[in-house]
Design a binder for this molecule. Structure first.
Ligand SMILES: O=C[C@H](O)[C@H](O)[C@H](O)COP(=O)(O)O
Length: 215
């Protein structure tokens, strides 16, 4: 599957324009995008990164990592996903970077999502939905998720996000209305963000293959 990820990551370079500051997501597919970006680094002004992992890789390629507060809105964000439905709505956060990813997606005019074919689904929810939670609210949020959705939250024990929080992965969730589910979970006190990208879906999805499929 890594070949499909590489082909998707490299295809996203088509969306780079000279002088851009590029929003960069997190994960194994994005790693291929960063490597390709490194090869054309002189064409861009820098990047805004969604994780320490991506920051390290960007800097390894000599790409300057900038603060979103200083850059203002971005024209392009490139990131992977754990699931993608036919409306380009996503589940993200398998790598626990969902909150910063959501912030950068919101700040960006165009969100290009890069995936391998296995990520395409008809209905979101087979992949357990990651929810980032303030540590002291972990049990409260888990109980409320169960009561409000019927889904089964499982603490991703040992994982601390770049923001110092914990992650609950919600299994067996029936997501008939992704926008409503995103709003419902966001309202629980202690929830920092939800790995459903439904209110702000991707604009373009690149499915890695020979040739890549652009949706
Ligand atoms: O927190 C991680 C991100 O949302 C990733 O974009 C997502 O998990 C996909 O990762 P990968 O490209 O490694 O499958």
């Amino acid at each position: 599957m890594s070949e499909a990820k590489r082909l998707a990551g490299e295809k996203a370079i088509d969306y780079i324009e000279d002088g851009m500051i590029v929003g960069v997501g997190t994960g194994s597919t994005v790693a291929y995008f960063i490597d390709a970006l490194g090869r054309i680094k002189d064409r861009i002004r820098g990047a805004v990164s969604s994780s320490q992992q991506s920051t390290q890789r960007l800097q390894m390629h000599g790409i300057e990592v900038l603060d979103l507060n200083a850059t203002g809105p971005l024209s392009l964000y490139v990131d992977g996903a754990d699931e993608c439905d036919p409306h380009k709505r996503l589940i993200k956060g398998g790598g626990a970077a969902l909150t910063r990813e959501k912030i950068i997606a919101e700040a960006s005019e165009k969100f290009v999502c890069i995936i391998d074919p296995a990520k395409r689904v008809d209905v979101l929810g087979r992949f357990p939905l990651p929810v980032e939670v303030i540590p002291m609210a972990r049990s409260l949020v888990a109980r409320q998720i169960l009561a409000k959705t019927g889904g089964h939250p499982v603490w991703r024990d040992g994982v601390v996000t770049d923001n110092g929080n914990v992650v609950l992965d919600v299994h067996n969730l029936s997501i008939t209305d992704p926008v409503a589910m995103e709003a419902l979970l966001n309202q629980i006190p202690g929830v920092v963000s939800v790995g459903l990208f439904a209110r702000r879906p991707a604009d373009v999805v690149i499915v890695g293959g020979e040739p890549p499929l652009v949706l």
